[in-house]
Ligand binder design. Structure first.
Ligand SMILES: [Zn+2]
Ligand SMILES: [Zn+2]
Length: 153
């Protein structure tokens, strides 16, 4: 299978500007809380849970629903990638508009490593040939990270 190598995404200013621009161009209503959540997402360089994001943004526990709604709103304009966990729940990561990444995910501590490689192009082409449209894909790789690996005795 031929791999599609993607240029490694550096979380640089240009990307943030494109993220901000797509928010400005959308009809999303930006509240103070949403701005705080966006600020937190941009400074965190890894996928995190909604609860952790709420903490990072300094919002009270009662604002978890707001966090989910905001993530959904940002997701609707293609700047949030949802990373499903193996058991239940998911992590969220801000991305360049309509970009996506795959990850190695530790099933124990939910630490992630970004995979700058997408192997799904051929699969999507096959789906297209079968008459599918609006095709998307998800692919995360789960395991135990070095920190969580059981120690040999
Ligand atoms: Zn781990
Ligand atoms: Zn992909």
């Amino acid at each position: 299978m031929k791999a599609t190598f993607k240029k490694s995404m550096k979380r640089d200013k240009e990307i943030f500007q494109r993220i901000i621009k797509s928010i400005e161009e959308s009809s999303l209503r930006m509240t103070k809380k949403r701005e705080r959540l966006l600020g937190a997402l941009i400074t965190i360089d890894r996928p995190i849970s909604a609860a952790d994001l709420r903490d990072r943004a300094g919002l009270p526990e009662s604002d978890l629903v707001t966090v989910y709604r905001t993530l959904e709103a940002f997701g609707s304009i293609g700047i949030i990638q949802k990373i499903p966990l193996e058991d239940s729940g998911c992590l969220f990561e801000i991305t360049e508009p309509h970009d996506h990444h795959h990850h190695f995910v530790c099933r124990e501590c939910h630490q992630t490593e970004r995979i700058d490689l997408c192997l799904a192009k051929e699969l999507e082409e096959q789906a297209q040939k079968l008459g599918f449209s609006e095709i998307t894909h998800l692919m995360e790789v789960y395991g135990l990270c070095e920190d969580c690996r059981p120690t040999e005795s």
